[in-house]
Each structure stands twice: as C-alpha cells, then as structure tokens.
Design a protein around this ligand. Structure first.
Ligand SMILES: *Cc1c(COP(=O)(O)O)cnc(C)c1O
Length: 393
C-alpha cells in the first residue's frame, strides 16, 4: 500500500513531468539512502554548504555555488546578492532601500517567476518589443534594447530567462550588461537536459545562474542551485544562513565566505526562510553526481519505447496519437493525443484527474485540443493503467 494512502491521499500517475505541483522528480534509491543516512548526524551547516559549493562549482565551472530551496528561491537570493553585494547594512535593509534596484528584463520573458525577483526589492523594467507575437512585425527584443535602457544610476542588473532558442541570446545580453558593469541573473531552472547546459550556460559569463535540483537532476524537490561569481554567491549565502552566533566565535569557511571582505556580521537576512536541510544538501550532491554519470540518451530511448507501447495500445482509440521528438537526443519525446477541441481536451483532463488512480497529463497544448504524455516521472508498472485510462476517454 502507498504510504500516502495512510493519510487518505491517492498517489497519482504523473504523465506531466517533473513539475512541483506533482512533487517533482522521482528520487533514485541511492539519493534516498544518502538522505536517510545524513539525517542521523549533526553537522555544521556552514561547513556543509561550503563543501557543497566547492563540489558544485567544480561541476558547473563557476567560482562558487549555493544549494538553495529551489530555483525560485535562487532567483530571490541572486537578486538580493546583486542588490546588496558585500554591503552588510544593505543586506539588513532588503527588500527596501536597495538603491539602484531596477532589473531589466526582455518584454517577452516576463513570467510568474518575476515575483521571485521582485521579492528581494527589485523593480522590473521591461525592454524591447515583441513584434512577432503581436503580429506587428518580424523583430523581437534585441541586445540593443538592453543597451539603450542601461542607465547605471538606476539599473542594478538584468534578469534573463534562458531557453535554447531564446532571443537575444544570453551571451549577447551578458556582453551588453558587462560593458555597463551590471550583473546578469539567469533563470535556467528547467534547461536540463542536455547535460552540457550545466557548464555551457554559466560559461556565457552570466554572473549568477539558477538551476532546479528537483527536476531532471533528480534531487530533492525542495532544492536548487545558484552558481556563479564568488562574491555574489557569498552574499547570497550570508542572506540565507542562520546568523545567530557570537561575532567573536563565528568563523565560516574562508573560501566560501571571505570574512575580511565583509564589514560586520549580518543578522538573519531576507533568505532566512529559504533554508535547506543537511539531508537536502547531501541528496542534491548525490543526485548531481549521479546525473553526470547517467546515460541520458539511453534514458530517452527507454522513454520512447514506453511511449511507443502506449501509442500502439491507443491505435484503436478514436483519437490520433503523434510522437513529438525533441531537437536534442538527450531529451525524451512526448506523445501527443489529439482529442479534437479545446473543450474536449479540458473535459478529458478533468476525467483523468478524477480517475482511480488519478492521471495528470501535460496541459500546455489543451487550447489546441492536445493532451501531452511525458514519461519522465512514470514507472513501468504505470504504463498499463495509464493506457487503460487513456483508451477509455
Ligand atoms: C521550475 C521552474 C522554476 C522554479 O524552480 P523550483 O526549483 O521549483 O523553485 C523557475 N523557473 C522556471 C523557468 C522553471 O521551469
């Protein structure tokens, strides 16, 4: 019996993917075991954070890294780091009184995670025009739009949401920002796989990059990574850690938080509520090392095989199925089920969610009358009940 059933909660068939609202990735036995062992001893969180920083930084190729409570928290802490830098008095005042507190963002990159940036006290200023979406022309936001808006007295940095086909490309935006001595904070939460993005995105020179730990990396759902410039990562760490120690006794690992560079010891910062536990840090480290070794091409092929089995089963249903291949071989395909209209797609979703067991499918294309089947969080024994639920639609 499922442990969730003890509290009268039905586990679901997740054909959506590693989304937070369904609990993110399924963790491997090695990750779960490491967390369980880690939970049984006490440890200095600062020392553990410093060790994790060094290891993750080595993996992603940056000066430093911080395990955060998710990519969204990493965005807030990254913003706070850019706003306060080494200035302890500023850390204490955030989210108010940050001085130059504006972040530039491409107009077509605005999204719900904006809130994570605004939470630290930054104001978002949109730049450029998205003439393709509005139908008014052929141009989108361009690097020059950032340059034109780069008023150094008012602008603290740039918030950039990474996509493989994002325009203008991150490297161009970094270039413009650095010409004006401003920092770039990148949301790359879900940009894995491909695996190489772990290094390639930071290698653009972006000052801070955020990844989600609980998506394809397969770490604890409540973890993320903030990586980049050492001084900014130290600022983010200072604004997250528990600061209730005597200044005379406090001695964080020098390589992680260089004390001589900070004037004084801040009190609990803006990120104190974003704590990560020792078990989560260990879980993320083990998951990340496992992620490096995983054969993502083989995993994608295994998922393709499952989806083919499912497609075979649905061939006699009244709906057309279509395999949607991704552009990268490490990214598994998804199966599209064409159910007709938007209204039919919503009705199918409702019926699937109300089923026993409840089934959640990808809902990004319901407006086109399409249900998406993503196999990344499925278990093999769920293929049969999933096929049955779908064939009954
Ligand atoms: C998932 C996601 C986030 C949030 O990541 P968490 O680790 O759940 O906090 C932020 N931005 C984008 C684009 C995402 O896809």
């Amino acid at each position: 019996m499922s442990i969730y059933a003890r509290w009268n909660v039905a586990p679901v068939i997740n054909a959506t993917g590693t989304v937070t609202r369904l609990g993110g990735a399924i963790m491997s036995p090695r990750v779960v075991e490491a967390m369980s062992v880690a939970a049984r001893e006490s440890v200095s969180l600062e020392a553990l954070h410093a060790a994790a920083s060094a290891r993750i930084a080595e993996i992603v190729g940056t000066e430093a890294a911080l395990v955060t409570s998710g990519a969204s928290a990493a965005l807030t802490l990254g913003t706070a780091a850019i706003l306060a830098g080494r200035n302890v008095a500023r850390m204490q005042r955030l989210p108010r009184g940050a001085g130059a507190a504006k972040f530039l963002v491409a107009r077509d990159q605005r999204n719900g995670y904006d809130h994570a940036v605004r939470l630290a006290g930054a104001r978002l200023v949109e730049v450029g025009y998205d003439e393709r979406t509005s139908g008014a022309g052929v141009r989108g936001v361009e690097a020059q739009d950032f340059a034109d808006a780069m008023n150094p007295e008012r602008v603290a940095g740039v918030f950039y949401v990474q996509r493989s086909d994002g325009r203008p490309p991150l490297a161009e935006v970094v270039n413009v920002a650095h010409r004006h001595f401003r920092s770039v904070l990148v949301d790359a939460a879900a940009e894995l796989p491909p695996k190489r993005n772990l290094r390639d995105i930071p290698a653009t020179g972006a000052d801070l990059v955020c990844f989600s730990g609980g998506k394809v990396i397969g770490g604890p759902q409540g973890t993320g990574i903030l990586c980049g410039h050492g001084e900014l990562v130290a600022s983010a760490a200072l604004q997250m850690l528990d600061m209730d120690d005597h200044p005379e006794l406090w001695s964080p690992p020098e390589a992680f938080i260089p004390l001589a560079r900070h004037h004084g010891m801040p009190r609990h910062g803006l990120g104190r509520g974003f704590k990560v536990s020792k078990e989560q840090i260990i879980g993320l480290l083990v998951a990340l090392e496992e992620f490096l070794e995983r054969d993502l091409v083989a995993e994608a092929q295994a998922r393709r095989d499952w989806l083919n089995t499912l497609a075979e089963r649905l061939r006699s249903s009244r709906y057309r199925v279509e395999m949607l291949e991704s552009e990268h071989e490490e990214v598994a395909p998804t199966l599209a089920l064409h159910v007709g209209s938007r209204a039919a797609a919503f009705e199918c979703c409702r019926r699937l969610r109300a089923g026993d067991p409840p089934v959640y499918v990808g809902h990004a294309r319901l407006a086109d009358g399409v249900l998406l089947i993503n196999a990344s969080c499925l278990r093999e024994e769920q293929l049969q009940p999933l096929g049955e639920a779908l064939s009954l639609l």
